[in-house]
Design a binder for this molecule. Structure first.
Ligand SMILES: [Zn+2]
Ligand SMILES: [Zn+2]
Length: 245
């Protein structure tokens, strides 16, 4: 176990969730900024934060089997790490990564990653630019408008609680793609209030349980092959996922 601890949630002295520096980082926090190239990870000279999160003390417990209370601890850790990393003014973007049963995973213990980079990925930058343009034209939030449309159509809504909704988005790029969105406008996961962690955790755990009940373990294989064509329309995905609850 890596003795260098960045953050942890403990109960009676034992850790429930633990964050350490990634021993095999994709990006390093040390070093000078040096702009070069144009790709996602070679744009900067391997600078960034790469943290390894041990999601649970249990070796191989999948998120779908987490208690909502434990998932809320994990979400609270992500929120805290993002809040901390954004104080480092070199970073412009932070993300949480989780690969379920990924063939290429470098660690066997149940884990996830928090990374921060001094650049915004092209995909996120395009999404933000689109939302800014939408706001300029309509003076409304693009995501709230999309969500209102999903709620009205209802065919792609899978499950909801008073705070969040899970749906299969209209333009799903992958089979059984699910989005979880707050029902009231909120632009910043880092600013999520404590009382929202458990409702979000409940929906996440439930959604992953539905995914597993619907597709089993085949989906990870399909993603691993890099084939991103989507043979399952989102309405059909939502219907099956809804039935799996
Ligand atoms: Zn990993
Ligand atoms: Zn909004």
């Amino acid at each position: 176990m890596n003795p260098e601890e960045i953050a942890a949630v403990r109960e009676d002295g034992a850790w429930l969730v633990r964050v350490t520096p990634d021993k095999q980082p994709l990006l390093r926090i040390e070093g000078d900024l040096e702009r070069r190239g144009a790709g996602m990870f070679d744009k900067m000279n391997a600078i960034g934060a790469h943290e390894l999160v041990s999601d649970t003390p249990e070796h191989a417990r999948p998120w779908a089997d987490f208690s909502p209370a434990h998932m809320a601890h994990l979400l609270g850790i992500y929120r805290a790490r993002i809040a901390d990393l954004r104080r480092d003014r070199r970073f412009r973007h932070a993300a949480v990564l989780k690969n379920h049963s990924a063939l290429w995973s470098r660690y066997v213990h149940a884990h996830s990653h928090v990374i921060a980079t001094p650049f915004v990925s092209k995909r996120v930058e395009e999404e933000l630019a689109g939302a800014r343009e939408y706001y300029r034209m309509k003076e409304r939030c693009a995501f709230c408008d999309q969500l209102a449309e999903e709620l009205q159509v209802d065919a792609r809504v899978i499950v909801r609680n008073p705070d969040f909704v899970v749906f299969a988005p209209f333009a799903s790029e992958r089979p059984y793609e699910m989005w979880i969105a707050p029902l009231r406008h909120a632009a910043d996961f880092g600013a999520l209030p404590d009382r929202a962690l458990l409702p979000l955790a409940e929906l996440m755990v439930g959604a992953l349980g539905r995914l597993r009940a619907t597709v089993g373990h085949e989906l990870g294989m399909e993603w691993a092959t890099g084939i991103f064509s989507n043979p399952v329309p989102p309405e059909e995905a939502a219907r099956r996922l809804k039935a799996a609850g």
